[in-house]
Design a binder for this molecule. Structure first.
Ligand code: NAP
Length: 498
């Protein structure tokens, strides 16, 4: 059940001195406080380093001053924050943590509601879940919920193992697995665009759609995350979660109601329809890439293999392109192409839905051939929708020209657009799990991704590095579409401003 709008809650952040807490969690809780969405709340930060409550509150204030535009009532806000120095692998200090939690609970009248937010390395997830249960932190009169960051496992087997450990302490409906893409405004908009428009839903199938392209490109390299990234690569870091979640939202059947359960069950059905690949087929459907040196935003950048904590002979992919087939009545024969990479030419996440050509082209004799209709959903950094149509070219002759109808989210409500983490945190406090990933989705996505990584990890890619930093990826990613008679729509030409 989704609770009232002003939940009372104790939020326990494990990893409260880390990057995620500082850049995303404190600012998000602050915005909820400023908008009066929460007022009875307290936060306990947990990490190993020794900090007093005052020092922790000073860190929180600094984060608000650095990462938010509004800066009112910051002292009052920070006074709700407490700190407990604690190594999460030691069971002893959970007892002190319980004592702090119980005291804050009665001081702030939090009705025993607890959110355990794990903003820490994944190897600790299982231990923390088990310990909070064993030491009695989950014995409360209110709700108990576990919010857990990615990555959820490293493969299906490890995710299953982690899930078993978590489930000893929390029921499935108490586990909120974060995929922050699901908190993004335009990802949430996919369902509305599809299911609230008579213009699209009747055409949303293999009769009218030629192919769908999902691109998520970054200009950044691996930065300081070399150690993690070497064991992950783009496939686990981006495809298993964000890319497959977007595909599921694009491909799913209309839910019978907009409830968490109905939406999830349709997403699960879409993921179940993904065509499995044999080992031999993996390299026909998927392409991997690794960046070499190049120029990004006029700056020379090094190749992946010379980055910090990266093996000089690394076989890790920093780019993935793939063709997914969804074998059901709606999508038979329609390729969903996905592409994601680091050190690309632009930072952009976009979905391009390409409609089929009309049955007969009356305008073939014009100098330009007719462009197919496109629906572009701009996820980030721009948020909006563009529809590319053909209209008459101004002048005497009857000639067609492409025209663009655009809606930009920025122009209407940029300041009030809540950030993904803010929405997801608030949803977890209210018990709305719609935009979190259910175990069934995680399991299906890992099984699909495992079938690719098993092949890639066991064959050294001799062409690495195979794309220059600052480009749109390796050539085989283009050939993947060309062999089907398609091409990647150049996302840089589809910006809202163009
Ligand atoms: P981080 O900066 O390395 O922070 C790790 C935190 O864990 C620190 O507060 C650290 O504090 C604490 N810690 C480490 N070992 C501990 C132990 N044994 N006991 C208690 N505390 C311990 O990591 P992060 O970037 O915030 O990422 C956290 C999680 O979020 C990861 O799972 C990551 O994959 C995920 N994530 C992060 C981002 C992001 O933007 N940063 C985005 C998406 C997902 P002490 O050293 O003081 O103990």
């Amino acid at each position: 059940m989704i609770e009232e709008n002003q939940p009372s809650v104790l939020i326990m952040i494990f990893g409260a001195t880390g990057d995620l807490a500082k850049r995303k969690l404190f600012p998000s809780i602050y915005r909820l406080f400023q908008k009066e969405k929460i007022n009875k709340f307290a936060v306990v930060g947990v990490a190993r380093r020794e900090l007093s409550n005052d020092e922790f509150q000073a860190n929180v204030k600094e984060s608000i001053l650095t990462f938010t535009k509004e800066q009112e009532n910051v002292d009052e806000f920070a006074s709700h924050f407490y700190y407990h120095s604690h190594d999460v692998s030691s069971s002893e200090s959970y007892i002190q943590l319980k004592d702090i939690a119980d005291r804050l609970d009665s001081h702030y009248q939090l009705e025993g509601n607890r959110v355990f937010y794990l903003a820490m390395a994944p190897e600790f997830f299982g231990t923390i879940a088990e310990q909070v249960k064993e030491q009695g932190l989950t014995d409360t009169n209110g709700y108990k919920r576990l919010v857990i960051e990615k990555p959820f496992g490293h493969s299906f087997e490890s995710a299953l193992e982690l899930n078993k450990r978590i489930r000893t302490a929390f029921e499935e409906d108490e586990v909120y697995r974060i995929d922050h893409y699901l908190g993004k405004e335009m990802v949430q908009n996919i369902e509305v665009i599809r299911f609230a428009n008579a213009l699209f839903e009747p055409l949303w199938n293999s009769r009218y759609i030629s192919n769908i392209q999902v691109t998520s490109s970054e200009t950044l390299g691996v930065e300081e995350r070399g150690r993690y990234y070497e064991t992950s690569g783009a496939l686990r870091d981006m495809v298993q979660n964000h890319m497959l979640q977007m595909v599921a939202l694009l491909a799913m059947e209309p839910p019978i109601r907009l409830t968490t359960e109905e939406i999830r069950s349709e997403k699960v059905r879409a993921l179940r329809s993904l065509r499995p690949m044999t080992k031999e087929e993996v390299n026909q459907y998927f392409v991997r890439g690794q960046y070499g040196a190049g120029t990004v935003n006029q700056e020379n950048v090094p190749e992946y293999r010379t980055e910090h904590n990266v093996d000089p002979e690394s076989n890790t992919e920093t780019f993935v392109a793939g063709k997914l087939m969804i074998d059901n009545f709606r999508w038979a024969g329609v390729p969903f192409y996905i592409r994601t990479g680091k050190r690309m030419d632009i930072k952009s996440t976009k979905i391009v839905v390409q409609f089929k050509d009309i049955p007969m082209n009356l305008y073939y004799n014009t100098e330009e051939t007719l462009q197919p209709n496109l629906l572009v959903i701009h996820i980030q950094p721009e948020e909006g929708i563009t529809l590319l149509l053909n209209a008459k070219k101004t002048g005497g002759d009857v000639k067609s020209t492409p025209v663009q109808l655009s809606y930009s989210n920025k122009s209407t409500d940029q300041l009030n657009t809540p950030e993904a983490y803010e929405k997801l945190l608030f949803a977890s406090m209210r018990g709305d799990a719609t935009n979190f990933t259910h175990w069934d989705e995680v399991a299906l996505s890992w099984k699909f991704v495992d079938s690719i990584s098993e092949v890639w990890e066991n064959t050294k890619e001799s062409s690495f590095p195979n794309y220059e930093a600052g480009t749109s990826g390796p050539r085989p990613a283009d050939e993947l579409l060309e062999s089907d008679g398609h091409f990647w729509w150049p996302v840089e030409n589809l910006d809202l401003e163009n």
